[in-house]
Design a protein around this ligand. Structure first.
Ligand SMILES: Nc1ncnc2c1ncn2[C@@H]1O[C@H](COP(=O)(O)OP(=O)(O)OP(=O)(O)O)[C@@H](O)[C@H]1O
Ligand SMILES: [Mg+2]
Length: 381
């Protein structure tokens, strides 16, 4: 399957960074974009225009590629399944996309496979929300579809609060997964790259820090015990085999006491793997390309004692990090700065900064100093 023409559905920063990795290996790649000013086309990736939710656009796009992969999971699944039945090569598969695109399907699939996750119910109406809040007075309501960066995740502490959120969602045809609010001790993530035959490599688990439900900072390797490290690594390999994932699988994990449970899955490069560009022998983006093209996988090992990645996020002042670049770069010649050429909006991820350092606390300070200089609002307490 070498020297194939690869199509990426979606043209955001993940596609942009796939392109960056594709250049080194002379992999030919283009994207299904909605507009020419998305991050991937702005970096020179040839765009074909269309919506991933439009059956015709998906069909046309896949017809002109040997292998199709994705930078997001909001795609027309029925068409994806039909295309596979017609012999088109989708990696990850439509089935795997179907599991991650809907949190209710994801929770059910993991539960049925005997994999550890929080207790949950799927709520289709107000009565089911009331029942769930009766069971867990502090709960998390999650839209089953379309949420990201904490948008679509609501912590509620009373039935009234839950109803105020749920009413409009049900009126619009939406549904929720409801879980108890867990007393998290930490959050982790693990990424595995897996080829069609099942060969895989696993990255070191990382510690992740969320602010308002959105990933803010990633610390590699994870600051957890060797047992947790091993358990997380085993778990992600099991899930990848269970879902027969081809490409990348990223698993977000909760740590409560000694227990590791699964928060959610993604079958694409993931924010919690951005440090791998600068801190690992082979980046997650390169291994994603290698895996979906069935090429030998690269070494995922860290090349540094510690790596810290902090997201560059739009602030209230709406200052464009591109205009602040000179000052940020002057602060730290060792900082690895990545900007996605996105217009800043409050709370929008527009880049990231990675620091590799022998000393973890210094790495964190350095990463936050540069990110703050790029107008990222707040440091987590
Ligand atoms: N049951 C829970 N108990 C406690 N905290 C939770 C629970 N579920 C989610 N959270 C918190 O909310 C964050 C976001 O949740 P989740 O990962 O489901 O949302 P998302 O918007 O889909 O995220 P992503 O951007 O990673 O796709 C989690 O990382 C965690 O910090
Ligand atoms: Mg998440």
């Amino acid at each position: 399957m070498s020297h194939s023409k690869l199509g990426v559905v979606g043209a955001g920063q993940l596609a942009r960074m796939m392109h960056q990795a594709a250049i080194a290996l002379a992999i030919e790649l283009d994207v299904l974009a909605v507009s020419a000013d998305e991050p991937a086309p702005l970096a020179g990736v040839p765009p074909r225009f269309g919506e991933a939710t439009d059956p015709e656009a998906l069909r046309r796009f896949s017809a002109s590629h040997d292998v199709v992969t994705f930078d997001h999971e909001v795609v027309d699944l029925e068409t994806a399944l039909a295309l596979e039945a017609e012999g088109r090569v989708l990696r990850p598969s439509a089935a795997a996309l179907g599991v991650v695109a809907d949190k209710s399907v994801m929770r059910r699939t993991l539960h049925d496979a005997g994999l550890p996750g929080p207790d949950f119910v799927i709520a289709n109406d107000e009565g089911e929300v009331t029942a769930a809040l009766g069971r867990w007075p502090q709960a998390v309501l999650k839209l089953t579809r379309g949420g990201y960066d904490g948008r679509g995740v609501f912590v509620v502490r009373s039935s009234d609060e839950a109803m105020a959120i749920a009413g409009p969602v049900f009126a619009g045809g939406g549904r929720f997964v409801i879980e108890p609010l867990l007393p998290l001790d930490a959050e982790m993530a693990v990424i595995v790259a897996r080829r069609p035959g099942g060969e895989s490599v696993v990255y070191d688990p990382v510690t992740t820090i969320q602010v308002d439900g959105m990933c803010s900072e990633v610390i590699a390797p994870a600051q957890v015990s060797a047992q947790h490290h091993a358990a997380a690594t085993d778990l992600v390999a099991r899930i990848a085999d269970e879902l027969d994932v081809v490409g990348l699988l990223a698993v977000e994990l909760f740590l409560v006491g000694d227990e590791i449970t699964i928060n959610e899955l993604a079958v694409r490069p993931h924010n919690t793997g951005h440090h791998t560009i600068d801190a690992c022998v082979t980046s997650q983006f390169e291994n994603h390309l290698r895996a979906v093209l069935d090429l030998p996988l690269g070494d995922p090992s860290l090349t540094t004692a510690h790596a810290v990645m902090v997201n560059v996020v739009g602030g209230e002042a709406l200052r464009d990090p591109r205009d602040l670049l000179a000052d940020a770069l002057a602060l730290d010649p060792g900082a690895r700065v990545h900007l996605y050429a996105k217009e800043p909006r409050p709370g929008r991820k527009v880049g990231h900064v990675t620091i590799c350092d022998d000393d973890l606390e210094r790495a964190r300070r350095r990463a936050w100093a540069v990110t703050t200089a790029l107008d990222t609002p707040k440091e987590p307490s």
